[in-house]
Design a protein around this ligand. Structure first.
Ligand SMILES: [Fe+2]
Ligand SMILES: [Fe+2]
Length: 279
């Protein structure tokens, strides 16, 4: 069984230190095989925010895979850095690789950088995958036959109901990538809303998407801070959603997915309330 702790969007510069401390305690208890942080480590990519984020990351269980988000690029009030060296500060603190990979027996994890300093839209918070991002991921996913395959990007694939914000572009190309390499799990963040579902091209392979809430920031979007704990084997994926209840992180729902001929299906969800009723 593979155990992955997925957190996102801590936003140092607007983080609640008490929530961050509670999370780190819970993360250590969970002792995952891999910890994935899917971007937006800071608010404005200021050096002090990045240093604060690094000290948080250094206390996460190892091994870890971290990618940047759109907030880890200097904002428009720093146009020179944004235009000419958007990831320079991030790279100085977190290393040069914006698309890290992690391999372990039976596990292959590929990071993709969907955050761009400028794009075709005036809304530069939107996620975009370039042909180079997609080509690189194609190449990197080709090399791990038989492994549980995971993609990590910052921007989401699914807009929850009633949510008007855009998903990552071009989504059809990303779904093709997922289907052609039979990707099992896709980890992302950005909306600060937890969402779990299987997704893929019509009549083709579906992977499970884990869109995590913000783990410890005060930038809430109608739900508390939270994270996902994922347990996966060849035929099943179980994702426990943890939410901050004002004092601690506790599980509120677990989601179950099963592997079929066309990939992963589900998600049957069991809430703690239902469990109590059944008992
Ligand atoms: Fe964010
Ligand atoms: Fe974001």
């Amino acid at each position: 069984m593979i155990r992955i702790l997925h957190l996102s969007d801590p936003h140092f510069g607007a983080a609640d230190p008490a929530v961050a401390a509670r999370f780190l305690t819970r993360a250590a208890e969970l002792a995952p095989d891999l910890t994935v942080l899917s971007g937006d480590l800071t608010m404005r990519a200021r050096r002090r925010e990045l240093i604060e984020a690094r000290s948080f990351v250094e206390r996460l269980p190892r091994p870890r895979l971290v990618i940047p988000g759109n907030h880890d690029i200097p904002a428009m009030n720093q146009p020179f850095q944004r235009l000419f060296s958007p990831f320079q500060r991030y790279r100085e603190i977190f290393g040069a690789e914006l698309e890290p990979i992690h391999t372990a027996p039976g596990l292959h994890v590929v990071g993709m950088n969907s955050s761009k300093a400028f794009g075709p839209s005036l809304d530069w918070s939107l996620g975009h995958l370039s042909p180079e991002n997609l080509r690189r991921a194609h190449q990197r996913l080709s090399g791990a036959p038989g492994s549980f395959r995971v993609l990590v990007l910052h921007h989401p694939l699914i807009a929850p109901e009633g949510h008007k914000r855009d998903v990552v572009r071009p989504l059809p190309s990303l779904l093709e990538l997922i289907a052609s390499h039979r990707v099992d799990l896709i980890l992302c963040g950005h909306f600060h809303c937890s969402h779990l579902a299987a997704i893929g091209p019509q009549n083709s392979w579906h992977g499970v998407v884990s869109q995590a809430a913000t783990v410890c920031s005060t930038r809430l979007q109608g739900e508390p801070q939270g994270f996902h704990m994922i347990r996966a084997d060849h035929d099943f994926i179980e994702i426990e959603r943890y939410v901050f209840d004002g004092e601690n992180f506790a599980t509120d729902t677990s989601f179950h997915f099963a592997r079929g001929a066309e990939g992963w299906g589900g998600a049957d969800a069991t809430t703690r309330r239902e469990e109590a009723r059944i008992a």
